[in-house]
Each structure stands twice: as structure tokens, then as C-alpha cells.
Write a protein that binds this ligand. Sequence first.
Ligand SMILES: [Zn+2]
Length: 444
Amino acid sequence: MQRKVNSLEYHRDTLFVQRCISANCRTEYKIADRLYVCSRCGGLLDIERDDAFDTTQMRELWRQRRSSADTRDRSGVWRFREFLPFAHDDPIVSLGEGNTPLYDAPRSANYCRLPQLKLKHQGCNPTGSFKDTGMTSAVTQARKLGARLVVCASTGNTAASLAAYAARADLVCAILVPAGQVSHAKLAQALDYGAKVLEIDGNFDACMNTIRELSENDSIYLVNSINPFRIEGQKTVAFELAEQLEWRVPDHLVMPGGNLGNSSAFGKGFRELLEIGLIDRQPKITVVQAEGAAPFARFALTSDADFINEEHPKTLASAIKIGAPVSWQKAWRAVRETGGSVITVTEQEIADAKAMIGRDGIGCEPASATTVAGIRKLVREGVIKEDETVVAVLTGHILKDTDYVIKYHNGTLTAPENEQITGTFSNSPVRVAASRDAIAALLL
Ligand SMILES: [Zn+2]
């Protein structure tokens, strides 16, 4: 195997395959096969690298690429392209995704009763959510397959992201969203990027079912997180995070759980890093769900039973208002393999944690705040110890859902079961006369 570090390229004869994750199937498919699930048993597919290669200079190569002007090197996803199932000269569809900040959050840490806490803000991606890291790889694959029409079901963030990447790739894009249940900001994004927005009567799960039926049509390429190419791009966040921590993984990695593609991707990313020896252990992956939309948490309590969907998921955290998560098996593998857990938090806990994250100068959407609420709970229960290192993953930007923020701060936020959310850390605007004295009386 030949290495040419100077050209920032790592030449290799890597073979990737798609393989069914079901233990008693494991059917293998070619990487170019256009399919979303196993055609033999319907199981989810994993993309696997079918070789072992020398990784001694990998960290240095990835570091060097950060100062390169090449579009692929500037992307926080494609910078790690040795681990992506593409040829190194495949044309990519990129908006400069990834490279998101890892913040210290002292007020949130104190709120959780921890000496320190870091927040990995995936909401700082081009369309304001973590979806972009998976969309760049999935839309690149769509174009490679010659697709003309890309389609997804979405609670909003996937729609915004796919719409943007499809526009960059000059592909026709249609998105299915639950009518009246998507935040204005997310809808606005999808419209502005030129997607055909189809509002479906029903919730996200109804949209997803419709999508599965549509996927039998060959002229449509389906880009939901069931698509294994989404997970491939998204898994590089684990690489980026490990690099930001100088390859010392945290004890705990905590993230929100909706459709469970993100936890699947983090699990896969850290597993691959461990396999090639770039890290010496995996962080415990903990998934936090909103109490009213928690089929995965219920499953985790009785893991030998069947997975039971939540028919009527309820939460104000619309990004994770999902009752039938398509990637639960992969996410469960990540939680189980790493010794993590799955927990729930209330609407009040989410709202207060979100305001606390805000006090650190970091803005996230409600679903992201399940993490800090969950960490606080796990510290209280003794699952997370004071001397352990913890990273929370924020998945969406504060501007994704400003109605929620305003309502929290003026005391009018109402949870799905009509109970009033208390604005524990509320900060409402003050009407004041346009005079120096009046303002001084208020501030000084
Ligand atoms: Zn199978």
C-alpha cells in the first residue's frame, strides 16, 4: 500500500460492502447496489470496510488537511474520507459541513453538578442541524447512482438539510412533513432551497410509512436515515470529536434520541476508531428521549421483548417527536456495546436545561436540551460520577425554533398534555420609557 501524505491523499485499494446487520442473515451486497434495507430479510444495512490498512500517519494527515484549500479537506466530513465508501476522485456535494465547535459550558456543568461539561454543537452546521454531515454523503451517493429525484420524510431538520444539498447537486427534491407540526424556521429553509414540500395529514411516522411505499419506485432515491450512506457521513462526527479531545474519548457521550440515526452513527464511528487503534476505548453512549416520545427508553427497560412503537408521540421537542424510530436496532447496538443507557426527561426538564445552555451563550433547539436535562438526572442517580468526563451532543440551532424560546421566557409555554411549563429561568422583555432616567433606574 502506497502513502502520499504530501498530496494530502491516502491511496488505497479499499473495498466497501453493504451488509445486513441481522445476526442470522448477514447478506452482503455491493456498494453500488441501490437498496435501503436487506432485500432478503428487510433488516438494516451497514456499510463495512473490507480490509485492514495502515493507519500510523492518519492523524497527521487529517490534521494537515485542516489547513488545505481543497473543498474536501475543508469539509469536516470528507477530511476523514478514508473511512467513507467512495473513490477519492468521486465528485462530492458539500456545503462545508462539520468542523463544529466543542464548547466548555460551565453554567450547564454547574446545573448538572459536574465540575465540567463539554457541548459538541452540531447545530453549527450549514443548515443549522447535525443532519448535514450525513446528507453530504447521501446526496453524493444519489448523484453517483444517477438519481434525479430525492425524497425524505422529516420532522423538519432533515427536510431543510436535504433541500439544501439537493439544490447544490441540482437534483429535484421532495419532502414529506407532518402538516402543522414543523417549526416555521425549518419549513422556511426547505421552501427557500426549492424543495417540493408535501404536507401529510398525520405525524412523522405516517410520513415515514408513505416513504417506504414510495421507495419501491426506481425513479426515487430515498434519503432518510435508514439509508446507510447517511450514517457514513454522520459517523465522522465521532472522528472529529475524538480529534478535538486529542484522541482521549470522554467517559460519557450523551445525545437526544428521535429516529436514532445519530446514536447509530456515533456508535459506528467510535467502533471503527477502536478497531483501527486510534482510540483505546469507546465512550458510554447514552440516549435521552422526551417522556412522551420514548419507545426506545421503554424497550431498553425490557430489552428481550419486542420493540413497541409509540402510536401517539407527544413532545414540544418536535425534532424527536417520533414513535417508530427506524434505526433502533443500530442504536441499541451502540448503547449495549458501550455500556450506555437510555433514559427519559420531562418537558419541564427539557425547557429549563435549554435555558441553562443559553446562559452559557450557546443556543440550541429544544430536542438538544434533553442531553443536559438527562446528564443532570444521571448525576443525581449516581450513574455519572463527578470525576468522569462528559460530552453532550447538541443537534440543532436555537434559531430552528424561536417560538418555543419566546413562549418559555414570557411564561406561555404549554406542554402537550396542557400542563403549563414554569419559566424557571425566564427572562422576559421589559417595557420602558424612552428616557435616560427610566433606563438608568432599571439598570443601575
Ligand atoms: Zn438480511
